[in-house]
Design a protein around this ligand. Sequence first.
Ligand SMILES: NC(=O)c1ccc[n+]([C@@H]2O[C@H](COP(=O)([O-])OP(=O)(O)OC[C@H]3O[C@@H](n4cnc5c(N)ncnc54)[C@H](OP(=O)(O)O)[C@@H]3O)[C@@H](O)[C@H]2O)c1
Length: 259
Amino acid sequence: MTSVAIVTGASSGIGAATARRLAAEGFHVLAAARRTDRLAGLVAEIEATGGAATAVACDVTSDASVAALAAAAAAAPGPVTLLVNNAGGARGLDPVESGSIDDWQWMYDVNVLGTLRVTQALLPALEASGAGTIVVVSSTAGHVVYEGGGGYTAAKHAQTAIAGTLRLELCGRPVRVIEIDPGMVQTEEFGLVRFGGDAERAAAVYAGVAEPLVAEDVADCVAWCATRPQHVNIDQLVVRPLAQAAQHKVHRVAVKREE
Ligand SMILES: NC(=O)c1ccc[n+]([C@@H]2O[C@H](COP(=O)([O-])OP(=O)(O)OC[C@H]3O[C@@H](n4cnc5c(N)ncnc54)[C@H](OP(=O)(O)O)[C@@H]3O)[C@@H](O)[C@H]2O)c1
């Protein structure tokens, strides 16, 4: 029987790439996000290549919406074996001194409480499958801090704490917990969301970096972790582009300016 995988934040970037990749691996994918028009396009694309997927409108900050996601999972055509908590992002790059409470609230709600809410809702189905996997897409920002990153790094540290705590609490039960921590990934929207739609500021993050990671690289990591034999638990996978040795150490080539 086909196994069911749920991917949150599947309407763009890493989530969309992960949904495509897991469908190619043979999962029936429940692609969840708020923008259903984008999910419909993704599902059509997956189906056109012989895969199976269902779009599910879901706001991870809403109890009712996440309950509807759990109901969709219960109605899906197979055991729910994989949950990828990917919905999230950053807002702002302001110092703690002047950071926007609204931005911090958004980051905590989506990254942290979103992961908590979706995990709580899907855990019974994952456990009932007898071979469940929870993936938390946190970040290298879950391990270090940097100036201006207070709100995002606090949220990602919290997500990392959830993954670590849950792995301890589920020990002895048939659900593994995997944390994937990407460094710099060039996705279409992450920077735009962070900088309130300012495309120039968003592009500057990757300026001169020969090959930042792309969404498919992270999807590859998710797929690899999730398709190991069930007794193999990849606790944490840190993945960065070759040009990024650490958060503060990025190799950039000079970018020529038009005069
Ligand atoms: N890009 C990077 O450099 C990088 C590095 C490390 C970790 N990450 C993490 O990887 C994950 C994906 O990042 P990305 O680069 O792919 O960003 P992205 O393209 O901006 O995707 C974010 C996704 O989250 C969804 N989302 C936002 N709020 C939501 C909500 N309330 N309910 C449900 N879904 C929501 C968005 O869908 P809707 O707007 O349609 O709801 C979108 O599909 C995030 O957790 C991010 O923190 C990214």
